[in-house]
Design a protein around this ligand. Structure first.
Ligand code: SF4
Length: 290
């Protein structure tokens, strides 16, 4: 597939209902006000949802207003968000964003974005210091209900394995490619985002994909390629080939004790799904870009 070509519609049509069936339908709900969402998203970079929530609550408890955060000594802001990790990096980034908003708007709110078309709102957000496509998409989708797709590390990895984007497509490029394919439907974009993250955490993990329990095998380019490789290698050598992730078990491979692996169950993704439900804003996987 050429790098920036839209995903094959039939692959997306196959994957979406399979994701819904495995992880449940998702309905968009409003999260935080836009500026809160923006700061929360910065805090979520390279950390878990639980640590993000803790750091955000601590920041809000320590400083009553965003102006208080902006004008505080950076070390105090860093202390307040220490539980979220990378505090010495995130504190100046948050203050730089608040400085930019104040300079651009004359006030510390970005509520005007609600009235702008999606592309215009995105363009405005990415002009802020330290705001990239993923952070902008989080604000646009979660807070403003616009059909912007945040592409985090899970969405990016799973989309590549499924063949929804080409292997060379970066996370930043994937925003436009996948959004175009999802057709500007906020609820569809939201469900796709949340379910792709759930799937990336539960089964299609970075370390190895658990294809043998995956309900998306019929939609998946990675699975098709490795299943083909398996039958070829197996015929040639009679040995068990690798599944593409180091010592990955093969898609559909039996366990070492000879028994077949069980199909996907709610417990496979229950932990991830519970985390999704508890997150203060919504799911954010490990950061890809900003
Ligand atoms: S079949 Fe394997 S690679 Fe494809 S989505 Fe499922 S777990 Fe990921």
């Amino acid at each position: 597939m050429p790098p920036l070509m839209s995903p094959a519609p039939n692959r997306l049509r196959c994957a979406e209902p399979a994701l819904h069936a495995a992880y449940g339908p998702r309905r968009w709900r409003r999260h935080l006000p836009p500026l809160d969402e923006l700061i929360l998203t910065v805090l979520s970079q390279h950390t878990s949802d639980a640590n993000t929530a803790r750091a955000f609550q601590s920041l809000r408890a320590r400083f009553p207003t965003w102006e208080a955060v902006r004008s505080a000594p950076t070390t105090e802001v860093a202390d307040a968000i220490r539980s979220g990790g990378l505090a010495d990096l995130k504190a100046p980034r948050i203050q730089a964003i608040l400085d930019s908003v104040l300079e651009e708007r004359g006030t510390l709110d970005v509520d005007h974005l609600a009235g702008l078309p999606l592309d215009e709102a995105r363009r405005w957000l990415v002009t802020l210091n330290g705001v990239g496509p993923k952070t902008a998409a989080c604000v646009l989708l979660f807070s403003l209900g616009k059909p912007a797709l945040p592409v985090d590390t899970h969405v990016h990895r799973v989309a590549k394995r499924l063949g929804l984007i080409g292997p060379e497509v970066s996370a930043d490029q994937a925003h436009a490619v996948l959004e175009a394919a999802l057709g500007g439907d906020r609820d569809r974009v939201y469900a796709f985002h949340v379910n792709m993250i759930a799937h990336g955490r539960a089964l299609c993990t970075a370390r190895r994909p658990f294809c043998e329990r995956c309900p998306l095998t019929g939609c998946c380019e990675y699975y098709a390629e490795h299943a083909t490789a398996r039958s070829g290698a197996g015929a040639a050598s009679g040995s068990a080939p690798s599944g593409g992730g180091g010592n990955d078990p093969l898609p559909g491979a039996p366990r070492a004790n000879g028994k077949q692996r069980p199909p996907v169950t709610p417990r496979d993704h229950g932990r991830a799904a519970r985390r999704l439900g508890r997150a203060p804003g919504a799911v954010r996987g490990g950061a890809v870009g900003s």
